[in-house]
Design a protein around this ligand. Structure first.
Ligand SMILES: [Zn+2]
Length: 99
C-alpha cells in the first residue's frame, strides 16, 4: 500500500486519514505532522486548511497551485529541505541561495 502511493506519473492528493495512517506506519509522533517524508525525495505536505495532504515530488505536486502555475511553495520547500539534507550528509551542490 505504501509503495502504491508513489506509482504513476502525477502525484495524488491524499486524505487526512491516509496521512495519519502513513505517519503512524512510519512511527512519526504527533497528531498531524506538517510533512511526511517518503521515498525518492517525495513527501506529503499538510494543506493550510488541514483537510488533506498534498503529494509533492521534486518535479510535481498535487496541489491546485501547481496545476495552474507548474510550480508551488511545496516544491520550493521540498527543494530547500533536500538541499539542507544533502549538505548535512556532506554532499555539496551549487544551488542558488534561497531568497
Ligand atoms: Zn504544491
Amino acid at each position: 500500500m505504501y509503495k502504491n502511493l508513489l506509482e504513476g506519473l502525477s502525484p495524488v492528493t491524499q486524505t487526512i486519514d491516509s496521512g495519519k495512517a502513513l505517519a503512524e506506519y512510519l512511527g512519526i509522533e504527533g497528531d498531524l505532522p506538517e510533512t511526511i517524508a517518503l521515498a525518492n525525495g517525495a513527501r506529503l505536505t499538510l494543506s493550510s486548511k488541514k483537510d488533506c495532504y498534498y503529494m509533492t515530488t521534486p518535479k510535481s505536486c498535487s496541489c491546485k497551485g501547481f496545476t495552474y502555475r507548474r510550480t508551488c511553495k511545496h516544491i520550493k520547500e521540498l527543494e530547500c529541505s533536500s538541499s539542507w539534507l544533502f549538505s548535512n550528509l556532506g554532499v555539496r551542490f551549487n544551488l542558488p541561495e534561497a531568497a
